[in-house]
Design a protein around this ligand. Sequence first.
Ligand SMILES: *Cc1c(COP(=O)(O)O)cnc(C)c1O
Length: 374
Amino acid sequence: MTLHPPTRLSNATGVITVDLAAISGNWRALAQRVAPAQCGAVVKADAYGLGAARVIPALVRAGCTAFFIATPSEAETARTFAPKATIYALDGLLGGGEAFAAFNVTPVLSTLDDVTEWQAIAKAANTRLPAALHIDTGLNRLGLPSRDTRKLAADAALLANIDLKLVMSHLASADNPADKKNRDQLLAFETLTALFPRVPRSLAASDGLMLGPQYHFNLVRPGYALYGGQAAQSNPAPVSTVVTVAARVLSVCDVARGETVGYSATWRAARPSRIATIAAGYADGVPRSASGPDGRPGGHVMIGGTLAPIVGRVSMDLITADVTDLGSEAVKPGDFAKLIGDGLTIEDAGYSAGTIGYEILTRLGPRFARLYVE
Ligand SMILES: *Cc1c(COP(=O)(O)O)cnc(C)c1O
C-alpha cells in the first residue's frame, strides 16, 4: 500500500501515531463484552488506513482468529500476516475466486452468480470450499435478497461443494440504538437464518454489538471501534484512543484587522490576529470542507492543549489557524499542532467537516510519517 517513500520522523511534516497496544486492548475489551460470541476484526482498507501489515499481527497476538477484508489484494495481505486465521472477503468474488481458493480465503457470497462461480471452482478442484453468505435484511446494499436466500435454502444442489461457514447480514442504523430499523433487521435475520440451521451467524459490527447480546449471535465484526472510533455517541463502546495526528507549524504571522487569509479571501480578520500556518492540507486528509468559518463552524487544531479554529480555506498542503487567543509565546515554527488527539477526536474532525470519523481515519495522509507504539 505504500505509495510514497517512507517519511523519516526527523523531517516529517506530520506524524501519525498508532498505538498498537490500544488496538489489541480494544479487541480484548470487545471480545470480553460479546463472549461467549466470538469477536473478529475488520481490517479492510489497509486496517482503516492505519496499516494492515502492523495492525493484523498485533491482533493475531491478542488472540483474534477471524479477519474481514474487502478485496482480493487485501485478502493476500491478510493471509501473509495472519497465516492461520479465517479470512472473510466481504466484497464477494470480484473475479478473484481462484486467488481466494489459493490463499484459503473464505469469500462472502452475496449474489447467486457468486454462489454458482464458487461452486464451479470447488467442483473443478474436486473439493469443498468454505464460504459465507451475505443476506440482505434491509440495508439494500450488498447481500442476497430474501427471494434468492430462500431459493438457496430450498435447493441443496445450489450449495453442493460449498462448506457454509457463516450466514451474515449488516445493520443500517446501528449508530442510533433508538431506531426501530434495528429490531426489524434483527427479526428478518432470525427468520432468514432459520433456513440454515446449525450454520454460525453474524449480524453486528462496532455499533451493532453495543445494541445488546441479542445482536451478537456467533461472531461479531467490529472495525471502527478497534481503532478507537465511537460512532454511537449515546452508547459508547468500551474502547480507548488509538490514533493521534500532529503536523508541523511552518510559520506564525501577524495579520492586521481587515486583512484576509487564504484562497478566495474567505476569512477576514475582525481584530489584529496571529495566524499559524500548518503543514497539513487536503492531500494529507484534512477535508477541504473543514475550512472555516464559512457557513459551518469549521475544524480545529489543538496547540499546547488549547483549541485553535481553522480559518480560511484548507489548501492542498496547508491549513491556517487563528492562534490569537493562545498568547504570543504559545506557538512557534517547528512546533507540532494536533489535528487529532489531546481530546480532539476523530468524530470531532469528521463532524466539523460535514463527514464522519470513518472517512477522516481512512484518508489520513500518506505523506505523514507513521509511528507505531507497541
Ligand atoms: C465495514 C464493515 C464492518 C465493520 O464496520 P464498523 O462499523 O467499522 O465496525 C462490518 N461488516 C461489514 C459488512 C462491513 O462492510
